[in-house]
Design a protein around this ligand. Structure first.
Ligand SMILES: [Zn+2]
Length: 61
């Protein structure tokens, strides 16, 4: 499957479905997102999670 990293916008062709860093291209971006998420969690009580994976599922069907 093809995925676009929401952090650095890198397009990863042929990303395996069980990629541990999904929906990010790398562990670094996953950690960057976690950092963002934690920062938001301190600011607002109910942080929103990105729903980029929903788009991928739509393309498959
Ligand atoms: Zn990335």
């Amino acid at each position: 499957m093809r995925l676009t990293c929401p952090i650095c916008k890198t397009v990863v062709e042929d990303a395996p479905e069980d990629l541990p860093t999904r929906p990010f291209c790398s562990k670094r971006c996953k950690l960057a997102d976690l950092d963002n998420w934690l920062s938001d969690a301190y600011r607002i009580s109910s942080p929103l999670r990105p729903t980029d994976t929903d788009d991928d599922e739509l393309k498959l069907s």
